[in-house]
Design a protein around this ligand. Structure first.
Ligand SMILES: NC(=O)c1ccc[n+]([C@@H]2O[C@H](COP(=O)([O-])OP(=O)(O)OC[C@H]3O[C@@H](n4cnc5c(N)ncnc54)[C@H](OP(=O)(O)O)[C@@H]3O)[C@@H](O)[C@H]2O)c1
Length: 268
């Protein structure tokens, strides 16, 4: 059991959505949190709430799509706190729409923020973690990593890449003391990139709350859980079937209403 009390957590996507809920859950367990995102005012509001919970919160406005800003972020947090115990790659972009309608620059930006940035931040924090034989990287993927969602092809690709890259590193660094976890949230209600559509996901597809995602992150760190799907059960079984027969998996994605739901979500 890894205690979070006094640990230094670098959390990306800390300005809005699920990030602040994760941050509050960690702060309640005594972690000190460095929050990164582009919106300075969003970060400061969250930091104020964390301070009220007794956390030593630090904010750093950065565009994670920029390599130099990622480097500056890690260097600054290391200078401020001396070490980074936990990196949570939570920032993400959705960029939904018909693939051919999207501009190449928006597709590239999604890959940069969702996949390249977690890889780069991990590359930057790992040397210091490996020196201490300790540390934890938690990556927030999505159920779209388990089964690609139409009208979110780039998003699905980045999340599937994130998940398997995490698994590979977990195996590669298994004897080092540095741990890796992947969280796969379903459609998140109340706040965040799905909630802003104001739609209810199909019954068979299910959903989850931001608090459940935050709980999964805390469990991943405290209990060393390597992967967790955060979603009501039916969809989970379809992922198993998907592994055995992708064509039956495709059929299930259609009968569950997910494919049609994704189409309606982007107004097609
Ligand atoms: N909501 C869901 O239903 C759902 C489901 C499955 C997985 N997820 C995953 O959960 C994570 C959080 O999602 P969310 O719903 O909280 O999203 P959100 O409400 O859209 O928030 C995204 C966060 O990422 C930050 N961000 C975006 N682009 C950035 C950039 N270029 N540089 C720095 N920060 C950037 C945003 O801050 P700024 O705009 O201030 O930069 C914000 O803090 C994402 O990885 C998402 O893929 C969400």
């Amino acid at each position: 059991m890894e205690q979070l009390k006094g640990k230094v957590v670098l959390l990306t996507g800390g300005s809005r959505g699920i990030g602040p809920i994760i941050a509050e859950a960690l702060a309640k367990r005594g972690a000190n949190i460095a929050l990164a995102a582009r919106s300075k005012s969003g970060l400061q509001d969250v930091a104020t709430r964390l301070g009220e919970l007794g956390s030593d919160a630090f904010v750093m406005p950065v565009d994670l799509g920029q390599a130099s800003q990622r480097e500056e972020l890690v260097a600054t947090v290391l200078r401020e706190f001396g070490q980074i115990d936990v990196l949570i790659n939570n920032a993400g972009l959705e960029t939904e729409g018909a693939y051919t309608d999207l501009s190449w620059s928006s597709i590239r930006e999604t890959v940069e923020v969702n996949l390249i940035a977690p890889m780069a931040l991990t590359h930057l924090v790992l040397p210091e973690m490996l020196k201490r034989n300790a540390g934890h990287i938690v990556n927030i993927a999505s159920i779209a990593a388990k089964s690609g969602a139409p009208y979110a092809a780039t998003y699905s690709g980045t999340k599937a890449g994130l998940a398997e890259w995490t698994r590979a590193l977990r195996l590669e660094l298994a004897d080092t003391g540095v741990r890796f976890s992947t969280i796969f949230p379903g459609y998140v209600r109340e706040i965040g990139m799905f909630a802003k559509f104001g739609m209810r996901s199909p019954l068979l597809v299910g959903s989850c709350t931001p608090a459940q995602v935050a709980k999964a992150v805390v469990h991943a760190i405290e209990k060393g859980r390597v992967e967790k799907i955060v979603n009501s059960p039916p969809l989970r079984y379809s992922f198993m079937i998907n592994e055995l027969s992708p064509s039956i998996g495709d059929w299930m994605m259609r009968v569950s209403g997910l494919a049609e739901f994704q189409r309606r979500k982007v107004g097609k």
